[in-house]
Design a binder for this molecule. Structure first.
Ligand SMILES: [Zn+2]
Length: 272
């Protein structure tokens, strides 16, 4: 599923690359550092897992703290502003153990009614079902600004939960909405189709062309109905086949490969 809380491949693969380069003794140090920085996650059972693992490889339990918890009325954009501010806060403090989520409580000490406190927040870690009191005070920070904006949109009620997932470091900010351009779908589909297949990206990656032994050139693009389709590159042929993306746009190599496998299957069924 594509969302701002999905771990980005850069975060997951940086550590995996360093691990391959490291000696055993270095791997232990790297593991500790990566757990601290949020580039790996430790389960309640103590097993260490990669960011791609939604379930623990040791005990099979789901990773803790993978979803935001908000009051029913909330504004998605303001929530993303808060998430960006929290990510920046921890990006600027790499020595601090990076939590998986931060939970804010509601205070009534202000004169102007209940408000979300910038102090006394709870840090949530993947190896503990209970949060830990966080010493950080977010006063006069982007986090505080974002909380004020959210409060202005939706006055907090006593007892409200606002728990926000913090993306791992090296996760691009949400301005990068899509991980792959369409040209990459075509490249990957050519790889799936194998021997003799080749591909090229169209203008700024907005579409991709691919061709193989004995086939006319095919095009992968988004049509006027906002569907991802496969068609002959020759505009004269009106036939096109929709590629289903039930989980949205791919954000990880394995998801891109799955979409490419679907494209390859459409090509095999209709053009070979
Ligand atoms: Zn476990």
């Amino acid at each position: 599923m594509t969302s701002s809380t999905t771990p980005h491949p850069v975060a997951a693969e940086t550590i995996s690359y360093l691990m391959k380069a490291a000696f055993l003794s270095e791997q232990r140090v790297l593991t500790d550092l990566a757990l601290h920085a949020g580039l790996l996650w430790r389960c309640v059972c103590k097993e260490v897992n990669t960011l791609y693992a939604y379930r623990c490889g040791g005990c099979g339990e789901q990773r803790l703290w993978t979803k935001d918890v908000t009051p029913t009325r909330y504004n998605g954009t303001l929530l993303e502003d808060l998430r960006s501010a929290l990510a920046k806060w921890f990006n600027d403090r790499p020595r601090a153990r990076r939590p998986a989520a931060i939970s804010f409580r509601v205070t009534t000490v202000n004169d102007d009614g209940p408000a979300r406190a910038t102090w006394g927040v709870t840090a949530c870690f993947t190896d503990s079902p209970d949060g830990k009191a966080c010493k950080d005070v977010f006063e006069r920070s982007f986090v505080a600004d974002a909380l004020v904006e959210i409060g202005a949109f939706d006055q907090p009620q006593t007892g409200d939960t606002l728990r926000v997932i913090i993306p791992p470091p090296l996760t691009p900010d949400r301005t990068t909405e899509y991980t792959y351009v369409i040209g990459e779908y075509a490249h990957e589909a050519a790889r799936v189709l194998g021997e003799g297949w080749d591909s090229e990206s169209g203008y700024i990656g907005a579409y991709g062309k691919l061709w193989g032994p004995g086939t006319p050139t095919l095009r992968v693009y988004v049509d006027h109905d906002d569907d991802l389709v496969v068609a002959l590159d020759d505009d004269a042929d009106p036939m096109r086949f929709t590629v289903d993306l039930p989980n949205g746009a791919p954000t990880r190599p394995d998801e891109l490969r799955a979409a490419a496998a679907d494209i390859a299957e459409i090509i095999r069924a209709n053009y070979l």
